[in-house]
Design a protein around this ligand. Structure first.
Ligand code: BES
Ligand code: MN
Ligand code: ZN
Length: 509
């Protein structure tokens, strides 16, 4: 029986943190400040100057993402104090506090400290209210507590099964606001944990069929969320030529998963979220090199982001109808594979000349986008680990964002800054489309040059949005470099769950 992920509980409490019992109290410390914050000073005093000692000795400089642990010997109610370096106060943002909460949870899990208390929301930048603070901290706590160890059979030194985090504030009014935000943060935090769990599972566990089964199971547990799966036969009926072409070479056939959340009001707008779920991308006949090919188990992450976001959205119940459309295939070489030179008729009716079987993401996404168009989505957002070019352009810190609509672009950028899942605007103008036109079909699946690959891929996808408001997120760099902040565990960070959920929640406002 596979190990379960750590169960996380986030609570709020109206109390004095100094007298609140816990295994660990997390304290945020900014660098270069002579007098740390009031809470820190208070604890320092109780511990006989242990914190100032540590800082004077230079053992802890409060640089961002550094930590130090102190043992309290009963001088305060918590057993341990975790100092979390925040870097300079002037450079801090709400993201720094989400990270700090994640670090608090991560180190608690590492120390097997089952209860952690925190009160550093009081130091968040002015303008961040209690509600947002509660959401951000709850998200961070879930993020940091996550471990991918279900395939480890080692039973020794078993890690925590359960972590309880308590956000403490002395004012009842503040606690009320915090609690409201925590409710939301728990939903997105758990959805992201769920997404990471599936994204991390390897290709011999998750294939299009098992992914569809997982989606059905998840949807069955969330009231108001429905899930329909198109198998290979049904994909033929709806003429999903792109998905069928990519999935042809695999022993585990392709699927299209369609999740649906319906708003109460009939007048609500409809958003389509379309996520690429290539459960393993070998490249197909144009096979990839050996180096790093294992990372291509993460090529389903866009689809998983949609899956996680749909879970959160259905729980948060915005006044928006939302489709979660997840075309899924395994890209493998074999006797039934699609090949370079093939001309594929996609679900939209547009034909595509295959120049490279490794440009498979756009071949499944174009059918997913067309499905959204046919189901009357007013706005369509696709998300995918689409191009190596995007990784070259933006590295591991940001995903590419392309759009055909300035308003949607702004809304996505706003969702990005609130959710802390970063995106950067890249072009997808007609110039790039020129490179994607074929002499023998309507389009070609790979450009005539390798330059500007992320923009060419986006220009290709834009053609399938049929003039609807459309945005595209190329998250290729987000999954393969996960763990770079040294918080929690390596593997998928579940990128996109918070971003997509935040976007949808704000469409309703
Ligand atoms: N899944 C890859 C993109 C990718 C690369 C994701 C690196 C994560 C890290 C995608 O299917 C792919 O192979 N794209 C090709 C397209 C090319 C053949 C036009 C690429 O980017 O090289
Ligand atoms: Mn590929
Ligand atoms: Zn791929």
């Amino acid at each position: 029986m596979a190990k379960k992920i750590i169960s996380v509980t986030v609570k709020t409490k109206c109390a004095d943190i100094i007298t609140t019992k816990s295994d660990l109290v997390a304290v945020a410390v900014f660098s270069g400040e002579v007098k740390p914050d009031p809470l820190c000073r208070q604890i320092d005093k109780k511990l006989g100057g242990a914190i100032s000692n540590l800082m004077e000795m230079g053992d802890f400089k409060a640089k961002a993402h550094t930590t130090a642990v102190l043992y309290t010997d009963g001088k305060i109610a918590a057993k341990r104090v975790l100092l979390i370096g925040m870097g300079e106060r002037a450079k801090s943002s709400s993201d720094s506090f989400r990270d700090a909460a994640a670090i608090a949870a991560d180190r608690s899990v590492g120390l097997k400290a089952a209860t952690v208390t925190l009160a550093f929301h009081a130091q968040m930048p002015s303008g961040v209210g209690e509600e947002i603070a509660g959401q951000i901290l709850a998200e961070g706590i879930h993020y940091g507590a996550y471990r991918f160890d279900e395939f480890k059979t080692d039973k020794e030194n078993g890690r925590l099964d359960k972590l309880t985090a308590v956000i403490v504030d002395g004012k009842a009014g503040n606690v009320k606001g915090l609690a409201k935000g925590v409710k939301v943060g728990v939903v997105t935090g758990q959805a992201q944990m769920y997404a990471r769990t599936i994204a991390n599972q390897p290709g011999n566990v998750i294939n299009p069929g098992t992914l569809a089964a997982a989606a059905k199971k998840m949807a069955a547990g969330v009231p108001g969320l429905s899930c329909k799966v198109y198998d290979e036969k049904q994909l033929k009926q709806i003429k999903a030529g792109g998905i069928l072409a990519v999935g042809g070479g695999s022993a585990t056939g392709p699927r299209m998963i369609v999740l649906k959340y319906k708003a109460k009001s009939a007048k609500a707008p409809t958003v389509g979220l379309v996520g690429k779920a290539v459960t393993f991308d070998s490249g197909g006949i144009d096979i990839k090199g050996a180096a790093g090919m294992d990372e291509m188990k993460f090529d389903k992450s866009g689809g998983i982001a949609v899956l996680g976001a749909m879970q959160a959205i259905a729980k948060l119940k915005p006044a928006v109808n939302v489709y979660g459309i997840i075309p899924s295939a395994e890209n493998m070489p074999g006797g039934r594979s699609y090949r370079p030179g093939d001309i594929v008729t996609t679900m939209s009716g547009k034909t595509v000349e295959i120049l490279n079987t490794d440009a498979e993401g756009r071949m499944i996404l174009c059918d997913g986008i067309d499905y959204a168009v046919k189901n009357k989505c007013d706005t369509i957002i696709d998300i995918a680990t689409l191009t190596g070019s995007c990784v070259v352009a933006l590295g591991k810190y940001m995903a590419g964002l392309m759009s055909n609509d300035d308003g949607l672009l702004k809304d996505m950028q706003a969702a990005s800054s609130r959710s802390g899942e970063k995106v950067w605007h890249l072009p997808c103008t007609d110039d790039y489309l020129e490179d994607m036109k074929s002499k023998v079909a309507d389009l070609r699946n790979a450009g005539t040059t390798r330059w500007g690959g992320a923009s060419m891929a986006a220009a290709f996808l834009r053609e399938f949005a049929a003039g609807r408001k459309w945005a595209h997120i190329d998250m290729a760099g987000m999954e393969i470099f996960a763990g770079h902040k040294n918080i929690g565990c390596d593997g998928s960070p579940g990128f996109g769950v918070r971003l997509l959920t935040d976007y949808v929640m704000n469409v309703a406002k």
